[in-house]
Write a protein that binds this ligand. Structure first.
Ligand code: HEC
Length: 147
């Protein structure tokens, strides 16, 4: 018995990894990620920055740098960051046009600021970025859905 375990012990971690990878997926787009009682309030928020290529570039630099979004959402926002396979639900793919169509700027800002409880999406404003930086990053995310 012990001899068998010595040779096949690796099956257990590999199995656990496969199960966690194959069962994680993005949350259904039809489910708002802002708490329902805050949804209206969040949807009314507007990006104070004008959409210019310079601002998008600033957002990109933050997303791929100090804001650390890339570690989960991937360098180009496809939801395929290095840490992504470990999370259930999976990080959102920002290159999906359907995703952008289902969300207002305000809702996305709310999530970036306050996080999504019970998921790997942590509150980012205050700890990692400022509110202004969150709006610029959001502008970059929006640009990914317009190709
Ligand atoms: C530790 C991993 C991690 C990091 C770092 C991270 N996210 Fe997320 N993010 C997630 C996960 C997981 C989800 C999906 C959660 C869900 O759908 O419930 C998500 C979802 C989102 C959503 C979509 C919410 C929606 O309405 O569906 C936005 C927008 C977002 N993240 C923006 C950001 C930004 C901007 C940063 C960097 C400032 C960032 N995230 C950093 C893991 C991360």
């Amino acid at each position: 018995m012990c001899k068998i375990l010595k040779t096949v012990w690796w099956i257990f971690p590999v199995w656990a990894l496969l199960v966690s990878v194959s069962f994680s997926a993005e949350v259904d787009l039809s489910k708002p990620r802002v708490p329902l009682e805050k949804l209206k309030e969040s949807q009314a928020l507007k990006n104070p920055y004008e959409t210019t290529s310079k601002n998008i570039e600033k957002g990109k630099e933050l997303f791929q740098g100090k804001a650390t979004c890339f570690t989960c959402h991937g360098k180009t926002g496809k939801g395929d960051g290095l840490a992504a396979p470990g999370f259930d639900p999976s990080p959102r793919n920002f290159t999906s046009a359907a995703f952008h169509a289902m969300r207002t700027d305000g809702e996305l800002f709310w999530v970036i600021r306050d996080g999504i409880p019970g998921t790997a999406m942590m509150p980012m404003v205050g700890s990692v970025i400022t509110e202004d930086e969150a709006w610029l990053i959001l502008m970059y995310e929006r640009s990914l859905g317009k190709k």
